[in-house]
Design a protein around this ligand. Structure first.
Ligand code: HEC
Length: 180
């Protein structure tokens, strides 16, 4: 736990710290995403034990909170998709070509790091549909889930997925290092 904490702190402090790694050592997007991915899956799995309709609230409230916790000074974390449930997860401009590239080549499962205008950088990892996702993103939803999603997300496009489908991207945006 202590080790995890120091890793997290390092992740937050290093990119902006004076004398930190130069441009040849980009910030570690994979490490930034790891706790977010793990805790989101844990929250979802725990929520599903009380039924999918209940777990909708877990996902709705926990996902943004966990994303905020995984970020920090100069680091923003999120999820996006070509088929959005929550319009608040719409892709930032730099994510649009990365989403399009995945859709054109769904076999590409590699993470990507890109340079952003202004000196920052971005990191993405693809998200694929697993069996447990289908209760809320699959082709047939139980009426209770359907009704609740319809009420909370009237513009929901994030259904009709099958196991293994590309679902979207986890992303991290690193602000430019301090010019010093
Ligand atoms: C219990 C229902 C439920 C399950 C199960 C579920 N999700 Fe979701 N998912 C949601 C809800 C609700 C949102 C909207 C969250 C928000 O408001 O930010 C969402 C949003 C997302 C988003 C963000 C983009 C968007 O469409 O807004 C991604 C990506 C995503 N889910 C992927 C998955 C994956 C992958 C799984 C399986 C590991 C999964 N979900 C399982 C309910 C669920």
């Amino acid at each position: 736990m202590k080790r995890l904490l120091s890793l997290l702190l390092l992740g937050v402090i290093t990119p902006a710290g004076a004398g930190g790694p130069g441009p040849e050592a980009p910030p570690d997007g994979a490490a930034t995403l790891r706790p977010f991915k793990r805790e989101l899956l844990a929250a979802l799995t725990a929520g599903l034990a009380d039924g999918a309709a209940n777990a909708i609230d877990v996902c709705r409230l926990q996902a943004p909170a966990l994303a905020a916790a995984a970020g920090g000074a100069g680091i923003t974390v999120g999820r996006t998709s070509h088929k959005l449930r929550n319009p608040a997860n719409a892709p930032r401009a730099w994510l649009e070509p990365l989403l399009a590239a995945r859709l054109a080549d769904p076999g590409d499962r590699e993470p990507r790091t890109v340079s952003l205008p202004g000196g920052g950088s971005g990191y993405v990892e693809p998200i694929y549909v697993q069996p447990l996702c289908l209760a809320c993103h699959g082709e047939s939803l139980v009426p209770e889930v359907q009704a609740k999603l319809g009420k909370l997300y009237p513009q929901d496009q994030a259904t009709g997925f099958r196991e293994g489908d590309f679902r979207g991207l986890f992303w991290v945006e690193f602000a430019p290092p301090d010019p010093r």
